[in-house]
Design a protein around this ligand. Sequence first.
Ligand SMILES: [Fe+2]
Ligand SMILES: [Fe+2]
Length: 247
Amino acid sequence: MSLYAIGDLHLHFQSELKNPSQLHDKLWKDHEKRFLENCRSMVLPEDTLVLAGDHSWGKNLEECAKDLQYICDLPGRKILLRGNHDMFWDAKKTAQLNKAFSGKLEFLQGNYYAYGDIALVGTKGYTFEGPFYLDRFGNVTGWDEREAEHAQKLVKREAARLEESFLAAKKDGYRRFIMFLHYPPTNVIQKNSIFTKLAEDYGAEQVIYAHCHGESRFHDSILGKKRGIRYSLVSGDYLRWRPYKIL
Ligand SMILES: [Fe+2]
Ligand SMILES: [Fe+2]
């Protein structure tokens, strides 16, 4: 039994492709075919695959039907995280999604899922991504204060959802945690955040995140071990469409 993760599939079987790099970058050429082949050769029916958000470009469930069907047809148990592009997923209607896809897909947001004696906890997360102001050497000298203030509200809301997830698992007796976020736990200029603090406070063993795709963004946040926690980026293009084996 293994636990895998990958994010940012950005499927578009029915919807309009909004990211031009997906059209021109050879890393993205037939990525859904390559990912399917990799899953079929790696993921067994008893394995769990966490899809860390940005599943589809579709604007609603109807436009995502084929994309979600593709995910349903992947091998193993599938747990989905909400990404910033997942318009089909109303944050307040996670329970309805779980009901509609019962037996096929599981949606992780404020709740948790058991993997043996480990609780898989998670939420979308959020990080302030600028605009940042740079000096001529490329050092950050400031940022848009209004945008930063707005981002702070979203960070607070997502941190509360993450804590809800940890508390639900803790209440049920879980003591081991793996934490999933769609957004990275810190932005390019942060060393710590409320998300790294929650990971440390609750003793998460690993933090898995996505969202940073395109070569220039792969090192936006923490990679490797920090304060005893392993941080891993699992965006699909970073992984060359091979699911990352967590356990
Ligand atoms: Fe993405
Ligand atoms: Fe994203």
